[in-house]
Structures are given as C-alpha cells and as structure tokens.
Ligand binder design. Structure first.
Ligand code: CA
Length: 133
C-alpha cells in the first residue's frame, strides 16, 4: 500500500511539473536604511515594498507586494528582507513608508536585479560516433 502511495505521489509531482513547468526559486535579499516617523527622527509604522518587471512604478497598487517585511526600526537602522523569486528574471523593487498618522513617504529609489539562472542544461545521453541518426 505504501509503495502505491509513493508511486502516486511521484506521478503527481511529475504531472504538476509537466503541466505547470518548473522554475527554480532563488533567494534575493534587499536592504535599506530605516527612515523615521518624522523625516529621519523616531520610528515609522510600516513599509510597503512592491516589485515588477519594469522600472516605471506608475501604477503602485497593481504591482506585486512583498510579504514578510519587518516593522520599521529606529531611523538609521539597516533593515533587510529575503524573498524567493523565479530564476533568470529581471525585477525592479521600490518601497514606501507610512507613519502612525497615515502619512506616506514618497517612493524610494528603485533597486534592480536579475535573478541568477540556476538550472543547468539537460545531460546529453545521445553521444555517438558518426553523424546524428
Ligand atoms: Ca510622522
């Protein structure tokens, strides 16, 4: 019974990879210096980091939001977040900060990265003498 269940799980994984494709995820770390609640003084309330495939950031609400951001620390503190993204793609990131009164900062500078390609070519299994068959 356990063998049948194991085979079924393997077949399900193969089917999911075949249907949806497989893209390796790579960790990407972004860091920034915490602003304050009032300019560069005290502690702000929250961050909102967004990312997308281009650098325009004109439609902030439509961009993907980064989950798992830390709460703001004291102004001047270095903070970071690590997220997993599909390999071999171009991403642009930006963030905003809000204080307890709901005052939002402007959009940060834009950070750009290309996630590394982590998937090797398939192993050749057709090496022969002479021309291809
Ligand atoms: Ca404030």
């Amino acid at each position: 019974m356990k063998i049948l269940l194991s085979i079924a799980i393997v077949l399900l994984v193969v089917l999911l990879v075949w249907v949806f494709g497989y893209t390796a995820q790579v960790p990407v770390t972004l860091s920034w210096t915490a602003p304050g609640d009032d300019g560069d003084i005290s502690v702000a309330t929250a961050y909102d980091m967004r990312y997308g495939p281009d650098s325009t950031f004109q439609n902030w609400a439509a961009l993907d939001s980064v989950q798992g951001l830390p709460l703001p620390d004291s102004a001047g503190t270095c903070q970071s977040v690590t997220l997993n993204l599909p390999e071999g793609r171009l991403y642009f990131f930006a963030m905003k900060t809000v204080d307890e009164a709901g005052n939002w900062s402007g959009i940060s500078n834009i950070a750009r990265t290309v996630t590394p390609d982590m998937t090797a070519p398939e192993r050749i299994t057709s090496l022969i003498f002479g021309d291809c068959q």
